[in-house]
Design a protein around this ligand. Structure first.
Ligand code: SF4
Ligand code: SF4
Length: 67
């Protein structure tokens, strides 16, 4: 089984917090005020954060999980 999760390009993240605000699951936190990080256990792959990021640095990637 595969599901999608959001992945942030940390090196380009401005830590603006826009993705964090829009996430319905509270899956994104700003690590030490430097970059956004996604909690893969909470992310449901809705891609709202990817649409919201002004820098377009969030990509959705497939995560293989054991059924
Ligand atoms: S894909 Fe959806 S649930 Fe996952 S981090 Fe982005 S907004 Fe949150
Ligand atoms: S919206 Fe984009 S630039 Fe802003 S904190 Fe999230 S990933 Fe970083």
């Amino acid at each position: 089984m595969a599901r999608k999760i959001a992945r942030v390009d940390k090196s380009l993240c401005a830590a603006c917090g826009a993705c964090q605000k829009v996430c319905p699951r509270g899956a994104i936190y700003i690590f030490k005020g430097i970059y956004a990080a996604v909690d893969s256990n909470k992310c449901i792959g809705c891609s709202l954060c990817a649409k919201e990021c002004p820098a377009s640095i969030i990509s959705m990637e497939k995560l293989e999980v054991e059924a």
